[in-house]
Design a protein around this ligand. Structure first.
Ligand SMILES: O=c1ccn([C@@H]2O[C@H](COP(=O)(O)O)[C@@H](O)[C@H]2O)c(=O)[nH]1
Length: 272
């Protein structure tokens, strides 16, 4: 999916919500554990109940890798289900990959070609040759970690290097890489006050903003500093939606949580 198509979906659905599928066997309703594929059953129920209120889903790959082959199968089934049942939905593999060039190319093939995701998160630490293999794919996005939502972001990302924070250098430098039009950036909702500065460097690029909900980030603050006339935001919430209840109507309750965020987002879009 192109950025333009994603923007069209955002205005159509009045939502820039991304639902995080951080599916953990220890947290899903116990009655699902007797199903043949409990992870997929949980994801399918969540997707069916929330798809009206969001434009994207973001499975965090760690949760699937942690349970081995079964996890990979459930991940593939989830992405295939999304593409077949809800082709308008944008998919993000939150994998945080990046390696020397030929290895990155294999990661890119895995997430873009084999699994068929629209985008993948990538760590910028290994530099240009580790990121460009992802950028070569047409109509696919590479979402570079810029300023992450966790406390440890202050360990390196905000350090001054050449009189400028490292995360700003990551954004500025990556803008000069081949096929940089395929870049999006991760900025944590817990760092909303940095968004005004970030928008001076990248006024148009999409930002993936995790941290609303369980991590305490504010949607209002994110919009105040980060929204553009084309929106340019995908705001993710995972645990607060998918684990809102562990009862038999967990999906319905997840749907209500997603709808509440969508209503807030519609109000923000009205202001544009
Ligand atoms: O800076 C980052 C980058 C990625 N994440 C991921 O997003 C979700 C957030 O989950 P919540 O339950 O809504 O807190 C999760 O998959 C993280 O690994 C992030 O939080 N911050």
């Amino acid at each position: 999916m192109t950025s333009k198509e994603l923007t069209q979906q955002i205005f159509k659905k009045k939502s820039f919500l991304c639902v995080g599928l951080d599916t953990d066997l220890d947290r899903i309703p116990t009655y699902l554990l007797s199903e043949e594929d409990p992870v997929f059953s949980f994801n399918k129920a969540i997707i069916d109940a929330t798809h009206k209120y969001c434009v994207a889903y973001k499975p965090n790959i760690a949760f699937y890798e942690a349970i081995g082959v079964d996890g990979w199968k459930a991940l593939k089934k989830t992405v295939d289900y999304l593409h077949s049942e809800y082709p308008e939905i944008y998919t993000i593999a939150d994998a945080k990959r990046g390696d020397i060039g030929n290895t990155s190319r294999m990661y890119a093939k895995a997430f873009f070609e084999d699994l068929g995701f629209d985008s993948v998160t990538v760590a910028p630490y290994m530099g240009k040759d580790s990121v460009e293999p992802f950028l070569e794919f047409t109509n696919k996005h590479t979402i570079l970690l810029a300023l992450t939502s966790n406390e440890g972001a202050y360990d390196f990302q905000t350090l001054q290097t050449d009189n400028e924070e490292l995360y700003k250098q990551v954004i500025k430098t990556s803008k000069g890489w081949n096929n940089s039009e395929n870049l999006m950036y991760v900025v944590g909702a817990t760092k909303a006050e940095y968004l005004a500065d970030i928008r001076k460097i990248i006024p148009e690029n999409f930002l993936l903003v995790p941290g609303v909900g369980a991590q305490g980030g504010s949607l209002e603050e994110v919009c105040k500093y980060g929204i553009t006339k084309n929106v340019g935001l995908l705001v993710n919430s995972s645990r607060k939606i998918i684990y809102a209840s562990d009862s038999s109507n967990f999906a319905e309750i997840a749907g209500a949580k997603a709808e509440a965020l969508q209503i807030q987002m519609a109000q923000e879009l009205e202001k544009l």
